[in-house]
Design a protein. Structure first.
Length: 326
């Protein structure tokens, strides 16, 4: 049995598709009143559990749970309720780590590239307490993920009990199907496609930094199937633990992304520029790029999808179809 928290979300639902055929699948999530249930509609599930009932369920399923993929979180970088973030992103993760350690259940959890802050300390996934102490996240979401990374690193350094496999993944800018419910946190790839499909020009932020052209801000964009491949590789390699970047290792500009979406749609790029909102300007990342050295060193053999190819898959195989869900 595999338990996926946040299983009705973007990463979680794509992981469930990858896990099909490997065993019973259990989702821990809230579906609410939006269309998130569609992210689960094609999967055969053993159960859907409310997050507040998760530990009761796990205790009752003791001995049958092979691994927990903890992907559930408040993921909005603009969320201001720090108490809610602590309850959902910090406390639940640490409680799950403690449960998995006591029950000898493997844990693979989601961290984030937001832990790197403005990138001035680099993007190397050194998981020692000393290296992690140098990072300065720019928002409460990034801080909550960093909190967990630092706590698990400290427990490891102290020789405290941890799950038999405990692996965290610092996801970079993921795009792909089943993200439609994410509102303003949808990938820029999807937002560009939506505007172009409506006959409007793609809208990108102007640069407010000397030496960086409008649209020249760069991100490590990663196709969601590549993230799933990394998680499944960890599942197949239970001796691999630690904290790893999950990005392509190749930064690309937002302008590149907009051009890739336009090309996938068979039309010339049409662009307009808007100022970065004042409340985000001082905390805006102009460059992110994963260092994939530790993941490669641990043995991950997969190749990451080029931006143009991933965008083409997304547009052709999902966005332009009547049924765009995986």
């Amino acid at each position: 049995m595999f338990v996926v928290t946040g299983g009705a979300g973007f990463l979680g639902s794509n992981l469930l598709a990858g896990l099909e055929g490997r065993g019973d699948l259990v989702v821990a999530d809230r579906l609410g009143s939006d269309e998130r249930w569609r992210n689960l509609a094609k999967r055969e599930l053993a159960d859907v559990v409310r997050p507040e009932d998760l530990f009761s369920f796990l205790d009752g399923a003791h001995g049958r749970v092979e691994a927990i993929f903890h992907l559930g979180a408040i993921s909005a970088t603009t969320e201001r309720d720090a108490d809610a973030i602590v309850a959902n992103n910090v406390r639940l993760t640490l409680d799950l780590a403690e449960w998995c350690a006591r029950r000898s259940v493997r844990l693979i959890y989601a961290s984030s590239a937001a832990t790197y802050g403005d990138g001035s300390a680099g993007f190397v996934d050194d998981h020692t307490p000393e290296a992690l102490a140098a990072l300065r996240p720019l928002n409460a979401y990034g801080w909550s993920k960093h909190f967990v990374d630092r706590r698990i690193a400290r427990l490891h350094a102290q020789g405290a009990p941890l799950p038999p496999q405990c692996a965290g993944l610092k996801f970079f800018n993921v795009y792909g199907p089943n993200e439609y419910h994410k509102g303003p946190m949808r990938s820029v790839a999807l937002q560009v496609w939506e505007r172009l499909s409506a006959g409007q020009p793609a809208r990108l932020f102007r640069s407010h930094r000397p030496g960086v052209a409008d649209g020249g801000q760069q991100r490590d964009f990663i196709w969601v199937d590549d993230c799933v491949a990394v998680m499944l590789w960890l599942l197949d390699n239970p001796r691999v633990s630690g904290l790893f970047n999950c990005g392509t290792g190749k930064a690309r500009s937002f302008l590149d992304l907009a051009k890739a979406v336009s090309a996938a749609m068979g039309q010339p790029p049409r662009l307009e520029w808007t100022d970065t909102p004042a409340e985000l300007r001082e905390k805006y990342q102009y460059f992110t790029q994963a260092d994939a050295g530790r993941l490669r060193g641990a043995g991950f053999p997969g190749r990451f999808t080029e931006l143009e190819d991933g965008v083409l898959y997304y547009v052709r195989d999902f966005l332009q179809r009547e049924d765009r869900y995986r």
